[in-house]
Design a protein around this ligand. Structure first.
Ligand SMILES: Cc1cc2nc3c(=O)[nH]c(=O)nc-3n(C[C@H](O)[C@H](O)[C@H](O)COP(=O)(O)O)c2cc1C
Length: 300
C-alpha cells in the first residue's frame, strides 16, 4: 500500500502535501471543513516582525485560468501569531513552516532571530519576493549577490532549518538557487507568484497589479523544480498551479520532495484532502509502495 510519509529536514511527515503560504489563513479558518492535521505540514501566512496592514482593495482578481492577488502581505505579526495560533498547531500535533519576510535585510534577520526552535516548527520559509525598500523596491530574490547575502545573514541567527522561497521573475533560477545553496540554505520552495496586471477598458484604468497564481504558473514551476532539484542537493518544495493529484504527481516526478497547494483551495476548499487521497490511490494503482519511489523519476 502506497505510504505517503517521508522525511524532510530530519523529521517524518505523514504526507508531503502542504498549503501554500497566504492561502489558508492562520489555519483555524479551515476547521469547519477539515483540520490542519490533514496536512504534512501547515505553512503560515507571511509573517513580519510587526503587524502589517497590506494594500487597499481590490486585492484579489479572478482571471480566466488563475488569480491575481495584491494582498500586500497583510499579517498580524510574529508575536501575535505565536500567542494566539501556535498552541493550536501543537494541540493538533501538526508541524508548521513559518513563512516570513521583511522590507529590509535587518527585518528578515530580526524576524528569524526572534523565532525559538520548537519540535513543531519544521522550518522557516523566507519569502524572497518582497520589495527591498533600500534597493528601490527591487525584490530580494532577483540577484545572486543579494540572495547570497540575505541567506547567509539569516542562517547565522537561527538553528531552525531555513528554506528560501524563490520568485519566478529571474533570468536563471538555477543560479539563484545556487547562491542560496552556497550561503547555506537547507531547502528551496519554487515558486512564488508572477507579477501581472489587469486593464479595465471602460474605466481606462488598471484596477489591480499583483501576483499571478494558479494554472498558468504550473509549467514554469515544473521546469524550475526539475532543473533546480537536479542541480542543487537540498530538498525542493514545488508550488504553482497544483489543482489536483495529477498536477501534484507531476511535481514529485519532476523532483519535488513536497508540494504546496494555494489557488486551488479558493476554487474548491476540499482540494487538499482530495489530492492527498488521490495521490495515495495513484501509488496503489501503479504498485508503488511509497511516495519516495516517484520523486525525480521523470527523465528529460
Ligand atoms: C491570496 C494569496 C496570498 C499569498 N500570500 C503569500 C505570502 O504571504 N507569502 C508567500 O511566500 N507567498 C504567498 N502567496 C504565494 C503562494 O504561496 C504560492 O507561491 C502561489 O500562489 C503559487 O501557488 P498556487 O498557484 O498553488 O496558488 C500568496 C498567494 C495568494 C494567492
Amino acid at each position: 500500500m502506497g505510504n505517503l510519509s517521508l522525511k524532510l529536514f530530519g523529521r517524518t511527515l505523514k504526507n508531503p502535501v502542504m498549503n501554500a503560504s497566504g492561502t489558508l489563513g492562520y489555519g483555524k479558518e479551515i476547521e469547519p471543513l477539515w483540520g490542519v492535521e490533514t496536512l504534512g505540514a501547515y505553512v503560515t501566512k507571511g509573517l513580519s516582525l510587526k503587524p502589517h496592514h497590506g494594500n487597499p482593495t481590490p486585492r484579489v482578481w479572478e482571471e480566466k485560468q488563475g488569480m491575481i492577488n495584491s494582498i500586500g502581505l497583510q499579517n498580524i505579526g510574529i508575536e501575535r501569531f505565536f500567542k494566539e495560533y501556535f498552541p493550536f498547531f501543537k494541540q493538533k500535533k501538526t508541524p508548521i513552516i513559518i513563512n516570513f519576510f521583511g522590507f529590509t535585510e535587518e527585518e528578515y534577520i530580526e524576524c528569524a532571530r526572534c523565532i525559538k526552535p520548537d519540535r513543531y516548527i519544521l522550518a522557516l520559509e523566507m519569502n524572497l519576493s518582497c520589495p527591498n525598500v533600500k534597493r528601490g523596491g527591487m525584490s530580494f530574490g532577483k540577484e545572486e549577490n543579494t540572495v547570497y547575502d540575505i541567506v547567509r545573514h539569516v542562517k547565522a541567527v537561527t538553528k531552525i532549518p531555513l528554506i528560501a522561497k524563490l520568485t519566478p521573475e529571474v533570468k536563471n533560477i538555477v543560479e539563484i538557487a545556487g547562491s542560496a545553496y552556497e550561503a547555506g540554505i537547507d531547502g528551496l520552495t519554487l515558486l512564488n507568484t508572477m507579477p501581472a496586471a489587469v486593464v479595465d477598458i471602460e474605466g481606462k484604468s488598471i484596477p489591480i497589479k499583483g501576483g499571478l497564481s494558479g494554472p498558468p504558473l504550473k509549467p514554469i514551476a515544473l521546469k524550475a523544480v526539475h532543473e533546480v532539484s537536479k542541480a542543487i542537493p537540498v530538498p525542493v518544495i514545488g508550488v504553482g498551479g497544483i489543482m489536483n493529484h495529477t498536477d501534484a504527481i507531476s511535481f514529485f516526478m519532476a523532483g519535488a520532495r513536497a508540494i504546496q497547494i494555494g489557488t486551488a483551495t479558493f476554487v474548491d476548499p476540499y482540494t487538499i484532502p482530495k489530492t492527498i487521497k488521490n495521490i495515495k490511490k495513484y501509488l496503489d494503482r501503479h504498485g508503488y509502495s511509497k511516495i519516495e519511489d516517484i520523486i525525480g523519476i521523470a527523465n528529460g
